[in-house]
Design a protein around this ligand. Structure first.
Ligand SMILES: CC(C)(COP(=O)(O)OP(=O)(O)OC[C@H]1O[C@@H](n2cnc3c(N)ncnc32)[C@H](O)[C@@H]1OP(=O)(O)O)[C@@H](O)C(=O)NCCC(=O)NCCS
Length: 217
């Protein structure tokens, strides 16, 4: 598969999720990157494996590519103590990696309040991978600033769309009580499932705390 193919799939998912403009996708093949000896923001005093340094670096490179496409001066994505990406002011985003690929979805916060992306390597017919992908994209959308725990069984897929490539994910607990579900669109290309979700502005959810992973808009 080429990075362009994966990028095109993610752009089409973003359109289906309701983003007509104000967003960008970054894609990096993990094997193409030089791995730094140390990645201080990831390691925080502990050595981590080369594979982890490589995927982290590729994710940040994909994020920088997305931010560059979006325009604006700030292209560095920090990492909170909880491991949540902290996006430059004026943007929201999400990162995912497989063994081979790293991708980032970045959106202008004038258009999107939150977003999440997930990719998983699996066959097209592997619906459990597709479902996991949908849940993880939903989790990444809602977790920043809320600390929502991730227990996959708590995240029911309430219904599938007509072609089973869109899902409504039930959000657990008291979170977003006025709007307790989130729509996720999914797709597949050349061995990779992808899932993406966006909460567009205006968003009916409750006020958010300024915590890790979510800057003040
Ligand atoms: C976040 C999570 C769903 C990622 O899914 P994954 O398929 O394993 O990995 P992916 O490659 O798709 O995504 C990893 C990226 O998600 C991002 N991420 C991590 N935590 C995140 C969070 N809470 N919210 C949003 N994004 C997050 C990071 O950018 C991370 O990559 P990086 O560390 O290299 O920057 C997974 O790590 C997870 O389950 N975390 C929750 C753990 C937890 O809270 N457990 C509670 C016990 S029940």
């Amino acid at each position: 598969m080429s990075g362009d193919e994966l990028g095109r799939l993610l752009v089409s998912l973003a359109h289906r999720a309701g983003l007509a403009s104000g967003f960008a996708i970054g894609v990096r093949r993990i094997a193409d990157l030089d791995v730094p000896e140390r990645v201080p923001e990831l390691e925080r005093g502990f050595r981590v494996s080369e594979r982890r340094r490589r995927e982290f670096t590729a994710g940040r490179a994909a994020a920088a590519e997305g931010l560059a496409r979006l325009g604006g001066p700030r292209r560095t994505v920090a990492r909170s103590a909880r491991g949540v990406p902290v996006w430059p002011s004026g943007s929201v985003g999400s990162i995912s990696h497989t063994k081979a690929w790293a991708v980032a979805l970045v959106a202008d916060s004038a258009f999107a309040r939150r977003c999440g992306v997930d990719i998983e390597e699996a066959a097209a017919a592997d619906t459990s991978a597709q479902r996991l992908c949908a849940r993880e994209a939903a989790y990444k959308t809602l977790s920043p600033g809320t600390g929502l725990p991730f227990r996959p069984d708590d995240w029911p897929l309430l219904e599938a769309g007509p072609a089973t490539d869109s899902w409504t994910v039930g959000v657990p607990g008291p979170f977003r009580t006025g709007d307790p579900a989130l729509d996720v669109v999914t797709g597949w290309v050349s061995g990779v499932h992808a899932a993406l979700t966006v909460t567009l502005r205006p968003d009916p959810g409750p006020p958010l705390k300024h915590e890790d992973g979510l800057h003040k808009a």
